[in-house]
Design a protein around this ligand. Structure first.
Ligand code: UTP
Length: 292
């Protein structure tokens, strides 16, 4: 029986260059969608999937993330004194229990594979989930819960998949399916990182949710940390095919690529439209600007 997935890694050590200058002194993962930072959506998705330990791989300039998941005593005291109950509840709700959250520093942003490798001693010999906060997946139950429910019966390594247009395949890791039958679960026989349209084995792209066996750390161990070179997680996962079954998972729900400006703006509009107190104003505004 597959081991229980209790731990999750949140790699947040990237530079976020596509959001400069906003990300010059502020982590990309703290950008808000409506009124909640991207990283909080990911942490809530993990908690709702049964994750008990939250491991952040951070980097320079990311301390706002640590502060966000901690008490803000002055603010809390002020809200309490002023009787602002519901903002106070919101502020407190983001704080995990003591000992549930750990931070590891990735001293140099050498790539996603390197960020994950930095968490090896905190994960040990258990399977682990990995969530990239810039992929916001809006659905109930959340994407990771959907994956873990399926993982419990099949085990192995698992990646979330989304269909992308042929112009976009060169921006993603693309899977080579064993057979293309449109099922939720897709057995994977190969992975290609950012292929040309002509070389892409499918249009199924790897999205920022993974469940991996701990052997991934041994595979990542042998990767050379080339100066300035990026260490790709997909290369390490691809190397495990044959030793460990690899599944792609077509999740239900809408995914926004909040690492890009367009995806981030779409997420804000879409999630605002889902909020009854905001919907009418947003619809009116969209109608108004679409006329001009
Ligand atoms: P991205 O590929 O989006 O890179 O990383 P980035 O640096 O965050 O953003 P751009 O492309 O410069 O705008 C995907 C995820 O992997 C993390 C990022 O924080 C993000 O969550 N990451 C990436 C690391 O933790 N460390 C790295 O060395 C690279």
């Amino acid at each position: 029986m597959p081991g229980t997935v209790r731990k999750a890694i949140f790699p947040v050590g990237g530079l976020g260059t596509r959001f400069l200058p906003a990300t010059k002194s502020m982590p990309k993962e703290m950008l808000p969608v409506v009124d909640k930072p991207l990283i909080q959506y990911a942490v809530e998705e993990a908690a709702n999937a049964g994750i008990e330990e939250f491991i952040f791989v951070t980097g320079r300039g990311k301390s706002a993330i640590e502060d966000h998941f901690d008490h803000a005593y002055e603010l809390q005291a002020l809200l309490e004194t002023r009787g602002k109950k519901s903002p106070l509840e919101l502020v407190k709700a983001s704080i995990p229990n003591p000992g549930q959250i750990a931070y590891i520093r990735q001293q140099e942003p050498l790539g996603l594979g390197h960020a994950v490798w930095c968490a090896r001693n905190f994960v040990g010999s258990e399977p682990v989930a990995i969530l990239l906060a810039d992929d916001l997946i809006h659905v109930e139950p959340g994407c990771l819960k959907q994956m873990i429910d399926t993982y419990k019966t099949v085990g192995g390594n698992m990646l979330a998949l989304a269909e992308v247009s042929s112009e976009d395949v060169s921006s993603y890791g693309i899977i080579e399916p064993e057979e293309e039958d449109g099922d939720t679960l897709v057995k994977v026989k190969g992975l290609v990182e950012k292929p040309n349209i002509s070389d892409a084995p499918s249009n199924l792209a790897i999205i920022g949710r993974y469940i991996l066996q701990p052997q991934i750390f041994e595979t990542l161990n042998s990767f050379e940390l080339g100066a300035g070179g990026e260490i790709q997680l997909t290369d390490a996962i691809a190397r495990q095919i044959g030793d460990e079954p690899l599944y792609g998972f077509r999740f239900k729900g809408q995914r926004f690529d909040c690492g890009s400006q367009v995806g981030f703006l779409e997420a804000n509009i879409s999630l605002a439209l889902d909020r009854p107190e905001l919907k009418t104003s947003i619809v009116d505004f969209l109608k108004k600007i679409s006329r001009t």
